[in-house]
Design a binder for this molecule. Structure first.
Ligand SMILES: [Zn+2]
Length: 322
């Protein structure tokens, strides 16, 4: 009897989890169905085969998977979101040229930049002062988590010879969104990295997201059906190629062989990214609304691990430079 009762309970709970998982995943599945409109270009890689709704391609360095009629792409197992879905025409896979030129190509062929050995990196722990950011189930403030990761990351980057400036180094400090990239501008920074932690309306959403600035005229990842995407070329759009490469190297480093959960590289028009005077990303390092992720955020070892993975990604960014 007892076992039967347990089984029934488990089935109900499992059902709820499935429902929640499908429900929370819906925005990503449904909103992905924005197919490419003219102009379009053909896929630049040779397709190897098509399995389980994915087109597969490869070159000597990369395995690329493209989900059919979706914005979802995987490069070497790391998830990216294109601005537009793909489509087939005359048996040829086609895409919006912006997605190929500014999102796929910079990962396959990193953009050339004059590389200095010592780079100046601005780290921006999100929120601060009265602005706590998201609060976890047991009221851990996002501002505290962001700062803890940033302090660890600073030490690791400095160890490798980089100069690191923080937009804030205490939880009492508050800064406006404009002041943060303003610091990077005043310091002539080479990179700007904003650190955040996520919150969802449920307890099961988990994983890491890395954002870079949306391309002019293209819809952001979380608003893919917008009728009037911003056409403006923001200061941060000068670095479209570098932004994509930086987002890939850091996100790949964070999610590769890890159990954090890969929610992908996304596109948004966050103020700090729009005004960034150098290549820039914003990382959501996990979900404070998830009890599981919250347990991680309480551990020094996790904060250190996240910081190390971001640092490794930054080094990969510079190593990829020609
Ligand atoms: Zn935040």
């Amino acid at each position: 009897m007892y076992i039967l009762e347990l089984l029934c309970k488990a089935r109900v709970q499992f059902g709820i989890y499935i429902f929640l998982a499908v429900f929370s995943a819906c925005p990503y599945i449904l909103k992905a169905d924005v197919y490419v409109e003219a102009p379009w270009v053909e896929f630049p890689l040779t397709l190897v085969n098509q399995t389980n709704g994915f087109f597969n391609a490869a070159n000597h360095n990369y395995r690329v998977k493209v989900k059919e009629k979706s914005r979802l792409v995987e490069i070497n197992g790391t998830t990216l979101w294109f601005h537009n879905g793909n489509d087939t025409h005359d048996e040829k896979l086609r895409f919006h040229p912006d997605d190929i030129q500014y999102i796929l190509n910079p990962v396959l062929e990193p953009p050339p930049i004059a590389a200095a050995k010592k780079q100046l990196i601005v780290l921006d722990p999100g929120h601060g002062g009265d602005d706590t950011g998201a609060l976890s189930v047991s009221k851990i403030a996002e501002k505290t988590v962001n700062l803890a990761i940033a302090k660890r990351l600073k030490l690791k980057l400095e160890k490798w010879g980089h100069e690191v400036i923080m937009t804030r180094d205490s939880d009492e400090q508050s800064l406006s969104l404009d002041e943060r990239p303003g610091i990077a501008e005043n310091e002539s920074a080479n990179l700007f990295i904003s650190l955040h932690a996520n919150k969802a309306g449920n307890e099961i959403s988990r994983g890491i997201e890395t954002f870079c600035l949306s391309l002019p005229g293209q819809r952001s990842t979380n608003d893919p059906k917008s009728q009037n995407p911003d056409q403006k070329n923001w200061p941060g759009n000068k670095f479209n190629l570098e932004n994509s490469w930086l987002a890939y190297t850091v996100h790949h480093s964070l999610v590769r062989h890890s159990s954090f959960g890969d929610r992908g590289i996304k596109r948004a028009r966050f103020r700090v990214l729009k005004l960034a005077p150098c290549p820039a990303i914003l990382i959501e390092c996990g979900f404070l609304s998830s009890k599981e992720d919250e347990q991680f955020f309480l551990k020094d070892s996790y904060l250190d691990y996240i910081a190390q993975r971001i640092a490794n990604g930054v080094q990969a960014y510079f190593k990829g430079l020609k």
